[in-house]
Ligand binder design. Sequence first.
Ligand SMILES: C[S@@+](CC[C@H](N)C(=O)[O-])C[C@H]1O[C@@H](n2cnc3c(N)ncnc32)[C@H](O)[C@@H]1O
Ligand SMILES: O=S(=O)(c1ccc2c(c1)CN[C@@H](CF)C2)N1CCSCC1
Length: 274
Amino acid sequence: MMEEKGRENGVAAMKACYRRFDPAAYLQYNYTPPRADFTRKDSIVPWKLACLHRAFTEGDMSGELLVDIGSGPTLYQVMSGCEVFSKVLLTDFLEVNRQELRRWLQDEGQCSLDWTPYLQHVCKLEGRRPSAWTEKAAKLRQVIADILPIDVHCSQPLAPDALPLAGADCLVSCFCLESVSPDLAAFTRALGHIGKLLRPGGHLMLIGALGESYYFAGPGVRIPVVPLNEAQVCTSLKESGYTLIRLEVYTLTQDMRVGVDDVTGVFFVKAKKD
Ligand SMILES: C[S@@+](CC[C@H](N)C(=O)[O-])C[C@H]1O[C@@H](n2cnc3c(N)ncnc32)[C@H](O)[C@@H]1O
Ligand SMILES: O=S(=O)(c1ccc2c(c1)CN[C@@H](CF)C2)N1CCSCC1
């Protein structure tokens, strides 16, 4: 009983931190130069987009439904997957993030970030001319079927009727689980919860922070993060019923340590649900 109470308090404290999450600031801190610098080969953006492109296009994917867990206000994570899956669901805990995504989806303007450079870069990875970014944006708007509320700390993170009975064919989740969990045990439980949304044999693409203990999601909005290392990620995946296919790691260069967090590296995982 006491242990359960402790778990609930830890999760509740994390949820309280997210009440002040500022989507525009978050995008500014993480998705503009120097972190998002397409002119530099060693920048983290080309690395991450290349990991996603390769993982989605290496020929082992099947099915129709891709679900992005904890989308936040970002879209880069589904720019390759939208060419492989006919239906994409975006999800987030906060309405402010779901609103940001809806604004882009409805092409109403007033988006907090211009995703064009990301769309152009993914087109380049696909061997298309960068000007095809408008077609990719249209494709993305065509396949995104909904933007849903989610809570990865619930044993059933989505509404009961959100997915087909068989589950999703593929999940992607970036910088979510470690950023919303009070400790490693909660991170591992959340990994298990989202695994129940995935059909057996389905793929999980997981991107996350290594060695990060906090990040800022707005001026003075400091959010604690579970500091992870590669071994812990691999153990949590195994404990949650996944088989690791590939783990890649990017070590942030000094100039990318810009004070908005204390992340030291980023991991990319491709795994399969047992
Ligand atoms: C660090 S942001 C990651 C955003 C985006 N995926 C990216 O790649 O930058 C973490 C996201 O998790 C969401 N979140 C917070 N608590 C959550 C929960 N209990 N379940 C699911 N998502 C949650 C936040 O609203 C936020 O959008
Ligand atoms: O890897 S990033 O530098 C990045 C992107 C997002 C985040 C972090 C790092 C670290 N703190 C996380 C807090 F949850 C959020 N990157 C930013 C540019 S586009 C590719 C991803």
